[in-house]
Design a protein around this ligand. Sequence first.
Ligand code: ATP
Length: 551
Amino acid sequence: MSAHGRTIGDHAGTAGVMALCLGLSVGVQCALLASPLLTMHVFDGVLQSRNDDTLLALTVGFVLMVSLGGLLRYLRARLVATATESAGMRLQSGALGASVRGAMAGDRARGLAALGDVSEVRRMLGGAVASDLLDLLTVPAAIAFLFLLHPIYGWTAVGGCVLLALLGALADRTTRALVRSAMSEQARSTAALTGRLRGRDMLHGLGMLRATLQRWRPEGQRAIELGDAAQRRARAIQGLASFTGLMLQMVMVTIGAWLVARQEASTGSLLAATMLAGMAAAPVSRVVATWRDWAFGVAAWRRLTGFIATNAPPPWLPHDAEAPAGLHVANLTVTTPDGTRTLVRALDLAVAPGSVLGVRGPNGAGKSTLLRALLGICAVRDGERRLDGHDLRMPGLRNAAVGYLPQGAQLLHGSVLDNIRRFGDGDAASAVAAARRVGAHDAIGRLPRGYDTPAGSQSGLSGGQRQLVALARAFHGAPRLLVLDEPEAGLDAASIALLHAAVANARDAGAVIILVTHDPAEWAGLATEWLDLAADGAWHLTPAAKAGDRP
Ligand SMILES: Nc1ncnc2c1ncn2[C@@H]1O[C@H](COP(=O)(O)OP(=O)(O)OP(=O)(O)O)[C@@H](O)[C@H]1O
């Protein structure tokens, strides 16, 4: 199904669920309103006529209506829970994708904060907020009923509900700015702490943990203080709101007694009016009471949707059937992630299947960033990059046809086997074959749990072992494009020799290979062409036969 079709389907499904929730809520309101109606009949009819049969019939009716109301309320709660759960999941997957894209563009902190925002929105959706909102339907129904009993009852209830709504607005007005600063301060301090704690070896190795935490403490403290201040103000107003709800019922009793004394209303209507006033005020009080969840949740939702829209996946170019086989790069301009400096200007490149392009240049010239730009995992100012005519930014294409070895291996939480087969369902044999291809199989065999050894950041793998596992992951599935960032880093001489053989085999099998190296002599026998990057964005291509000629 197309993305567009899915969107229409989603909207139709959401509209259907909302209509059903509304229908169930109307049913709940009818059942609720039956109680004051029956109470009025008991007082005004049965107490006068002393008819036991009528009393029994009214009691049965009352029990039935209350049970029906309970059942409908239960069904609505289930429906709301399912709908909010799936909305939360959709939001989470959108936020995850946007966080990864944001991190690629150099904004890791915002990505982390977005995941915090997802929790905030889910807390709002998962709480009683949706049910409270639907219960607001009771307010007009109860007030209409009160007007039928006597206009004074109706106007008193309107006055009480307006007062409650004003208190809600006051809570919003007096705490909104505080809540906003508390939330952004919290997001900033969490991101700052996470960033500081990432380099755990260095923090402990240089005894810097204490100083780092001390520097962070004022930021964390400020976020907590702002949050507490907002909570305190909101709680004071909530207290006022519950008091107003009680007052409304008491005022209703007094007005009812006055109307009964003037024979303008019956005793039964007094009781019904008191119950109805409580029913009208309760949902408004609850909305005021859960205001904090609302305010935080809605603010988080606004930030999230903005963040997801800013980090939306780029529109992919259509397949170019005319394009020659291999990697084609046209007019690609790569900048630093923050966009302040051009690293590679207007690069044109054609690497045929069965070729090895070596990339070299001084530290910081932009070699790693260029590889990321080729794979479409960092923003570029201009240009296209295609593999066999397909836009390389398509994640499906990269998963199926690309092998990538980033700088620093970057193994993920999971076993060595999981990492090599990229967390897919592929059989273990394919992972073992990839490990054999790059000469990693024996090294993995010597690990305490072999292919089941944990490989994430907390694992005990050495730098070289991590590099071998990452190489096996890159070569897994015989990719058509291999992008290797300093593949020889951390490897001993024997492993480097096996790596050369793996690259030669992949080249002979028709793969396109791009590799960054600081040791061009190491790859002199394999590279078919060299791309030299200068510090000012200039670049130069040299056929391997003339590899010694630097620009
Ligand atoms: N998040 C960022 N914000 C701003 N500049 C960045 C960011 N990340 C990297 N850079 C800059 O981009 C430039 C290119 O970095 P890159 O890692 O691509 O260089 P490199 O040629 O691979 O370097 P090395 O040989 O040291 O690995 C560097 O000058 C670096 O300072």
